[in-house]
Design a binder for this molecule. Structure first.
Ligand code: BYC
Ligand code: FE
Ligand code: FE
Length: 464
């Protein structure tokens, strides 16, 4: 089996796990065929496959038909003598098995994380039909395969540590469907349609970055196998965020060039994307991602922190690890401040780290505009804008965070968030470009290629 499924969990000697996987694997492949990337079954894609956790095992590039991708199970190397880093069990040895009283919460966290992985593949399903270049086409397929592998990583935990319940959850993960009203994915943003490449780049920038922060919080977990599997997933996540961040940067850079050349702002007429439209997509996906952190005041978050299940981003850097007798001050747009006991505010604490990280990306995009001496700037909306989950849900405000009467918000919504007309105009410029050396008009070429290959002059995908 280890020939088929690359792993460092000694699959060959784990009969129980082999049995569970032998039943699940064919269903996974059915799921991939049904809702994975559409229309490229016969194509060969220049992909990277993880075959071990060492740096060499990583740089494994070659042409693969996606359904033959070798999805594997990898844990980051064990940290000897690792101790629990926060919460009520601070300083105790980490757990190699799931304690009975933590079973329910751990299962829920793992299932929630797991559910996002196949959801994202389903959301991207049709994008191969309109890729701006072979480079971009290859990258989306790389992300799809790795999100598939992330599902494997979580299913490994369910199969290995949660017995029959775990096997049932693993089956359910292949039955829910993104956007299906009867059987939706668990978190809102993973049911939102990703209709075009602007959605997709924003999704990779903002939703995959939520992935980075959630995985980092789980990498702190007292459950050592969860910590090790999420730590390895994080090494893959870096590329996902790169795809999103550099994708938006390339769109901004192309828009800036065309604005300078033409002296116009409505770039749709030139077959490209106006900055104002890019901004609306940023507003939408950024605020969807803020909702992914859950409520600012959350008893679940407090329970997870106390029990040692989910820590803060880089918990080691915190001055202390109990988070007792402290408060988090949540600023509301009406000027009021809500004091939340720190443990209950862990979702907000994690979200704040995330927001800071997003601003780093924003500064890079704006540098493209500054360099060209354009006055226009992109921005990230206030955290109270367009929220559906948590303490700020339902507040109507403009992107700067000024409260508006609900009617005014409804009237002006189209200034700030994508409309059906915007989507149609975006769709109209997104014609596929599938020839080496060529790229669509609405995006700048990548700064460099993949695996030492050139950015554009390489057939990253071979059609058969
Ligand atoms: N949508 O106490 P609350 C990734 C529910 S992305 C719908 O405020 P809590 C990836 C919640 O379940 C990373 N429902 O928050 C990216 C609860 O329900 P009940 C994904 C939501 O429990 C791109 C209620 O509201 N990883 O990997 O602390 C491509 C009150 O909840 C939402 C994780 O999320 C929502 N947005 O939940 C591929 C890590 N938010 O109990 C992959 C695992 C909350 O009232 N998840 N609810 O029925 C968790 O750690 C936590 O469950 C949450 C916050 C972060 C989701
Ligand atoms: Fe993932
Ligand atoms: Fe990802």
């Amino acid at each position: 089996m280890s020939n088929e499924i690359p792993n460092n969990v000694d699959l060959d000697h784990d009969q129980q796990l082999r049995r569970a996987l032998a039943l699940w694997h064919p269903h996974y492949l059915d799921w991939w065929r049904e809702v994975g990337p559409e229309g490229f079954d016969a194509s060969k894609v220049y992909l990277r496959t993880a075959i071990s956790v060492s740096p060499e095992g990583w740089a494994n590039y070659g042409y693969v038909q996606m359904q033959d991708y070798r999805w594997g199970i990898f844990l980051a190397p064990e940290v000897p003598d690792r101790k629990i880093g926060f919460g009520d069990h601070y300083g105790e040895p980490v757990w190699q098995q799931v304690p009975g009283d933590q079973r329910k919460d751990l299962r829920r966290i793992i299932v929630t994380q797991a559910d996002t992985e196949p959801a994202s593949v389903e959301q991207n399903r049709l994008l191969g039909q309109t890729a701006p270049s072979l480079y971009d086409l290859r990258n989306i397929f790389q992300l799809n395969c790795e999100e598939g592998r992330h599902l494997w990583a979580m299913v490994y935990l369910l199969h290995k540590y949660f017995g029959r319940d775990g096997r049932e959850e693993a089956d359910e993960l292949l039955h829910r469907r993104s956007g299906n009203p009867d059987h939706p994915r668990i978190l809102n943003a993973f049911n939102a349609p990703v209709r075009n490449w602007l959605d997709y780049f924003c999704f990779s920038m903002f939703s995959d970055r939520d992935g980075k922060y959630q995985l980092a919080a789980l990498a702190e977990s007292a459950l050592d196998p969860l910590s090790r599997t999420t730590r390895f997933m994080l090494t893959e996540e870096a590329f996902h965020m790169f795809v999103g961040e550099s994708g938006i940067q390339r769109i901004a850079s192309r828009a800036a060039d065309l604005m300078l050349q033409s002296g116009r702002e409505d770039l749709f007429e030139l077959g490209a994307i106006p900055l104002g439209i890019l901004q609306k997509y940023i507003n939408y996906w950024y605020t969807e991602a803020l909702d992914l952190f859950g409520g600012e005041d959350s008893s679940n978050a407090a329970t997870y922190f106390a029990a040692g299940l989910k820590g803060r981003f880089q918990e080691d850097d915190e001055p202390e690890h109990l988070a007792l007798d402290q408060v988090y001050e949540l600023r509301k747009p009406d000027g009021s401040v809500e004091s939340i006991p720190l443990r209950r505010a862990m979702n907000a604490v994690l979200r704040d780290a995330y927001v800071e990280d997003c601003h780093r990306g924003l500064r890079r995009w704006n540098r493209e505009l500054e360099h060209r001496k354009l006055d226009a700037r992109l921005y990230l909306p206030a955290v109270c804008f367009n929220r559906k989950v948590g303490a700020l849900a339902g507040i109507t405000s403009d992107p700067e965070g000024h409260i508006l009467p609900a009617e005014e918000f409804a009237r002006r919504r189209a200034e700030w968030l994508p409309t059906e007309e915007d989507r149609l105009r975006v769709a109209a410029v997104m014609k596929p470009v599938y020839a080496p050396g060529k790229i669509a008009n609405w995006i700048a070429p990548p700064a460099k290629g993949i695996g030492g290959k050139p950015g554009l002059e390489f057939d990253y995908v071979q059609f058969n």
